[in-house]
Design a protein around this ligand. Sequence first.
Ligand SMILES: CCCCCCCCCCCC(=O)SCCNC(=O)CCNC(=O)[C@H](O)C(C)(C)COP(=O)(O)OP(=O)(O)OC[C@H]1O[C@@H](n2cnc3c(N)ncnc32)[C@H](O)[C@@H]1OP(=O)(O)O
Length: 221
Amino acid sequence: MAESASSAAADVRERREAVRELGDALRQLTDAAVSTEVDAETLREVTEQVRGLVQPLSAANRVRGQMATVDEGARRLRIYNPAIGPGNPVAPPMRVEHGDGKAIGSCTLGLAYEGPPSYVHGGVSALLIDQILGHAHAAAGAPAGMTVKLALRYRRPVPLSEPLRVVGRIDEHDGRWTQSRASIATAANPEKILVEADGDFVVPSEEQAARLFGKVEGLAS
Ligand SMILES: CCCCCCCCCCCC(=O)SCCNC(=O)CCNC(=O)[C@H](O)C(C)(C)COP(=O)(O)OP(=O)(O)OC[C@H]1O[C@@H](n2cnc3c(N)ncnc32)[C@H](O)[C@@H]1OP(=O)(O)O
């Protein structure tokens, strides 16, 4: 029994590693796809090859309402999270550390995240900010809730292809409700704030949580 449990755990670890490798390969592919200038014939050849990859992956899959079997609980490691998940090709992925009651994220964004030419799309900045504020709750020891308000000020454009520093912290904590603050700067010039944001988060009540998430399979708290 103990042996089969440890072999199941080893299998999940192995799949987790493979998911990360696939995520890395897909990010390379995405970067190549949004920066390519090859001719139409080459584009169509590659399209056929990529279509051929869908079926093997879909042979066993999950749908809405099922947690990924490679996740580690709802709050610890979400491997397909679109901001930090190494398995999600949409994710840069941002790496997050905690220090001094704050959450600090690092990432470099390529052409897949371009908005104004050579700068980051404003919606991508909002994604990173929302995520870092989630981690700021953990860094401050506050219960993690859901974003109910996010206000961003885009003070200067955020450059592509430069290491970024994303910082989030909690200002006020009152029961289920928190007020928080975040910023984006380049790692090279962390004092010059490019984007700043205020966010309000609310922890769903038991009744709200049951209504929103009660039917999700594999959801560990
Ligand atoms: C390891 C880390 C991983 C970190 C993982 C990182 C995760 C990334 C973070 C991503 C987060 C998201 O994107 S979340 C996805 C985007 N957000 C959403 O979809 C949320 C949608 N909104 C909702 O579903 C709802 O607003 C709920 C369920 C969240 C809340 O319901 P509600 O009806 O709006 O609010 P309600 O129950 O009235 O409760 C509000 C509570 O807050 C209090 N409250 C409200 N305003 C204030 C205020 N100004 N000052 C004090 N308190 C206030 C109220 O008194 C009440 O407390 P009391 O009187 O009851 O005590």
